[in-house]
Design a protein around this ligand. Structure first.
Ligand SMILES: Nc1ncnc2c1ncn2[C@@H]1O[C@H](COP(=O)(O)OP(=O)(O)OP(=O)(O)O)[C@@H](O)[C@H]1O
Ligand SMILES: [Zn+2]
Length: 708
């Protein structure tokens, strides 16, 4: 057998006559179950990417197996077009992770695996187009010769001085160091307790052993500050730390660079948001998941995965430790810690300030509010800025006002495409618009009521823009900054705003949940919370947990570096358990109460759930599809061995039924046994695929949904 000389080059083309071909089994990003066999000339390895013909198209896929025989008749098997040798093969553990994600989240392997790759690595045009110039990786390498491989974050923002660990921190660091292999550590530390310091020490030890570290954070805007800290603290022997950063705010090329650096083992630390859990890291030795409770770790489209859960799986598979950190762990995590399944270390006190901030509930039931502000809150803000401190006003609602209303006929601004209000936004130069936060619809604000012609249209309620406006009237001297999705739309603008806050160039900060978490503000003395009650009576059983976590987080921004921090929460329901626990900073009590409640009614973490959502132009069709889906197991009960352990609830419309002219309904599936649920879903998901064929329905199945 002769091997053609082309097989020696990085890129090889199969030559049918050579006869030395092998079979490869390839995962492709197509909505079909199963894998696809091709004929290929060696050398080709498991984990290589290949370009293959698929119908009339060409696609990039990943070789997951080299079977002895193809599944099809040999004469029907087509040839691999090109083996892409520009990167090392994807490692076996990466293939295992993708396979686990696909099976656990009930998606075809290729559909789960391929989208985790940076776009240029899975686009045929990037390799075979006229301008491919050797492919994206060699283009990247040519560029990299000109620019430094790793960013040197502005180290002046950070004091490189490492503080001496306190006893609680040292205990946690020692505990993590002693883990011989895999172990899940919950680092439960109150806000400002210095969890970052513990991560840094654990990371340092891992790097010293020659291993890589994956450091996950929930939000993009937490990366710059942390990048600078990691950069200055993890530098060794005069060399900057080989740190790569990965998040959705990066351009394709930047993300590719980070991914390639991790894959080649050149990046020793990868700092990233949820997508980074899928980065191949050949020498991964530690995973850190900061703010593990944060819902941003959940991907809400495509493969609906939990990056935290996958991180735990990945660490176990590799036999390495994973550290989950939070001041308010998810109840799922807390339960594992209580049962001893996870090892728990507690940082009970703040690292700098002696005490936690004082929490005050202002009962707004009998108060005259001015633009939503109680006199107590306004006065407190005034005092703080007088004293040269900063104040933060937290309101989880962007825009100027959530709705516009006609005083004479009761007309309200509604999105024409969704069952939702159109929100009033103030644009530059008084160019006001109505915007839908669900579908992106935008329109001018009508000058008169579309129904009755009356010109007395009024904004109702308030969002961050209106709060900013009000504060500017109350405190004309104060420097006010607003941080929300609108004010940070431009690349780099969030970082610029946060830098101003850190530099003390802001007196009052108004913001949504973007400002609530993670940031270590040195001069912030007061946090005021508006409209917290909005979340109190949400239908979702996780709403109280989420509200509590969010309020603990935002409250935790106050008084981090000096004593005397204060939090003012305005509420009509001061007796609610959430607020009472907050007064005492009592996460443990709240978790105990929450878990007991969940246990009593059999909700997660004492049950496991999946959610089937159907979308159609008419609600009736979506509901009918779900009804059929629900009936499937009855019609073929012998195919569903675990069906007796499964509860299928009635299909119901979503709370916001219509979004962008599409109507949506959902069906909840539940079981007290995860294996029973998984077994059921693996059969059911295939049947759903068949059921939906021909029907004008889109559907998706979500495992472990966070919102129901
Ligand atoms: N041992 C220590 N001695 C003095 N200061 C410390 C120590 N450890 C941490 N700090 C400082 O305490 C502050 C809070 O630390 P850090 O931001 O890590 O808190 P955190 O636990 O992550 O809080 P959060 O959950 O609110 O994000 C930082 O300014 C940090 O530099
Ligand atoms: Zn809309």
């Amino acid at each position: 057998m002769s091997v053609s000389s082309s097989s020696e080059s990085v890129v090889s083309y199969p030559d049918k006559k050579a006869g030395a071909t092998v079979w490869v089994r390839v995962a492709l990003d197509v909505p079909l179950q199963g894998l696809f066999d091709y004929r290929c000339l060696p050398p080709v390895n498991q984990g290589d990417r290949v370009i293959v013909p698929f119908g009339r198209r060409k696609l990039i896929g990943v070789v997951v197996d080299l079977p002895a025989f193809p599944e099809l008749d040999e004469t029907l098997v087509r040839d691999v077009d090109q083996v892409l040798g520009d990167l090392p093969a994807l490692p076996a553990d990466w293939l295992r992770l993708a396979a686990f994600a696909a099976s656990y989240y009930q998606r075809p392997l290729g559909e789960a695996m391929l989208p985790t790759l940076p776009v240029p690595l899975r686009r045929v045009g990037a390799y075979q187009g006229k301008r491919s110039a050797g492919g994206p990786v060699s283009r990247l390498d040519r560029r990299a010769g000109k620019t430094p491989a790793f960013s040197k974050a502005s180290a002046q923002e950070v004091a490189a001085q490492a503080p001496v660990l306190n006893t609680a921190q040292q205990t946690a660091v020692d505990g993590i160091a002693q883990l011989a292999g895999h172990g899940v550590v919950l680092l439960h530390g109150v806000t400002g307790s210095g969890k970052t310091e513990v991560y840094l020490h654990a990371a340092q030890a891992t790097l010293a052993r020659g291993k890589q570290v994956l450091f996950m954070v929930p939000e993009i805007n937490l990366t710059p500050q942390l990048e600078a800290v990691l950069q200055s603290r993890l530098a060794a022997g005069g060399e900057p730390c080989a740190l790569a950063v990965m998040h959705s705010g990066l351009a394709d090329g930047e993300r590719l660079a980070a991914w390639v650096a991790a894959h080649r083992g050149r990046a020793r630390v990868l700092l990233g948001t949820r997508m980074s859990v899928f980065a191949p890291m050949p020498e991964l030795g530690l995973i850190i998941v900061d703010e593990e409770h944060d819902t941003s770790y959940k991907q809400q489209e495509g493969l609906r995965y939990s990056a935290r859960d996958l991180a735990i799986w990945r660490a176990r598979d590799l036999g390495v430790p994973v550290v989950l950190g939070s001041a308010t762990p998810s109840l799922e995590t807390w339960r594992h810690a209580e049962s001893g399944h996870y090892q728990r270390y507690t940082l009970p006190d703040r690292a700098r300030a002696a005490q936690m901030p004082r929490v005050r509930l202002v009962d707004t039931r009998r108060l005259d509010l001015d633009q939503g502000f109680s006199p107590q809150l306004t006065e407190a803000i005034g005092k703080r800025i007088q004293a040269g401190e900063q104040a933060l006003v937290f309101l989880n609602r962007r825009g100027y006002a959530p709705v516009v209303n006609c005083a004479s006929c009761g007309w309200v601004s509604q999105c024409p495409r969704c069952t939702a209000y159109a929100v009033l936004h103030r644009g530059p130069g008084r160019r006001n618009t109505l915007q839908c936060h669900h579908c992106g619809y935008q329109a001018r604000v009508p000058t008169a009521c579309p129904d009755c012609g009356d010109q007395d249209l009024k904004p109702m309620g308030r969002g961050t823009q209106r709060v900013e406006e009000y504060l500017a009237e109350c405190f004309p001297e104060a420097r006010i900054a607003r941080i929300d999705a609108d004010s940070t739309r431009l690349k780099g603008s969030a970082q610029a705003l946060f830098s101003k806050v850190h530099a003390g160039e802001v007196d009052i900060l108004v913001g949504t949940q973007m400002v609530a978490k993670g940031h270590d503000f040195a001069r912030l003395g007061l946090v005021g919370v508006l409209n917290a009650d909005a979340m109190l009576f949400a239908q979702d059983f996780r709403a109280p947990e989420r509200l509590f976590a969010q309020l603990m987080q935002v409250a935790g921004r106050a008084g981090r570096h000096a004593a005397g921090g204060e939090v003012i929460i305005q509420t009509d329901y001061p007796d609610q358990a959430v607020y009472q626990a907050l007064l005492r900073h009592d996460y443990v009590g709240f978790a105990k109460y929450g878990l007991a409640e969940r246990k009593a009614v059999g909700l997660p973490p004492f049950a496991y759930q999946a959610l089937l959502t159907a979308e159609a132009p008419a609600l009736a069709d979506a509901l009918a599809f779900l009804a059929q889906a629900r009936a499937l197991p009855e019609q073929a009960s012998s195919s569903y061995p675990t069906v007796s352990a499964i509860t299928l609830y009635d299909p119901v419309p979503l709370r916001i039924v219509r979004v962008a002219h599409v109507e949506r309904a959902q069906l909840l599936v539940e079981s007290s046994s995860r294996p029973a649920l998984q077994s059921f879903l693996s059969i059911w998901s295939l049947a759903l695929h068949t059921l939906a064929r021909g029907a004008r329905i889109r559907y998706h199945l979500e495992i472990d949904p966070l919102e129901i």
